[in-house]
Design a protein around this ligand. Structure first.
Ligand SMILES: Cc1cc2nc3c(=O)[nH]c(=O)nc-3n(C[C@H](O)[C@H](O)[C@H](O)COP(=O)(O)O)c2cc1C
Length: 186
């Protein structure tokens, strides 16, 4: 069975909710998925990443970029990078922040460059933005193309925080990624 690992950081739980939605989407595509926080960089994490068919990277946007713990993970990945252990795996990314924009695009671009350094193959968001369809569903409300975006208020994380439509879009992204992994690893 194809396997996806979601490697992510969440300081206050909001990106965590987004990661759960992405995981549900991957699972709905019939693909095994594991959620791995990158706060602890142990051997088990690197082994799981090396064995995965696809890796989805997730981080809150802090100061227009990935969070410091996520950057520590990126830097620590220089070992698998040196052997190009993730080469030709599928990659994707998601981020969550307080602002509607909040410069989330900068974070996704950092993740794309990171995946490219590992010679991975990037899967985009692939959900038509509701700004163009007016179908009332609110899918891809933030009109992101590169990866999944969500916006959260300052209150604690929960069913509506991140924004519920952004959570649904994260699930759609996960499903698209799962389908892509199945095709790629066939
Ligand atoms: C150090 C720090 C920097 C932040 N920088 C940004 C930012 O650049 N843009 C933005 O929209 N929100 C910013 N925020 C808000 C967070 O992105 C927001 O609270 C998010 O939901 C946190 O996700 P988490 O609960 O997974 O940590 C920042 C928060 C912190 C703590």
């Amino acid at each position: 069975m194809a396997k996806v690992v979601i490697a992510y950081h969440s300081g206050f739980g909001h990106t965590d909710v987004m990661a759960q939605r992405v995981a549900e989407g991957v699972k709905a595509a019939g693909v095994e998925v594991s959620l791995r926080k990158v706060d602890v960089l142990d051997d088990a994490l690197w082994a799981e990443l090396a064995a995965a068919d696809g890796i989805i990277f997730g981080t809150p946007t802090y100061m227009a970029n990935v969070s410091a713990p996520f950057k520590a993970f990126m830097d620590a990945s220089s070992k698998p990078w040196f052997g190009q252990l993730w080469k030709d795996k599928l990659a994707g990314g998601f981020t969550n922040s307080g602002g509607l924009s909040g410069d989330k695009l900068g974070t996704l671009q950092a993740l794309v460059h990171f995946a490219a350094q590992h010679s991975m193959i990037w899967v985009s968001q692939g959900v038509w933005p509701s700004a163009y369809s007016n179908d009332g569903k609110g899918s891809n409300r933030l009109s992101s193309w590169l990866g999944a975006m969500a916006q959260s208020g300052n209150s604690p994380a929960g069913v509506d925080n991140p924004n519920a439509e952004d959570q649904a879009s994260a699930r759609l992204f996960g499903e698209r990624f799962g389908v892509a992994v199945m095709r790629w690893s066939r």
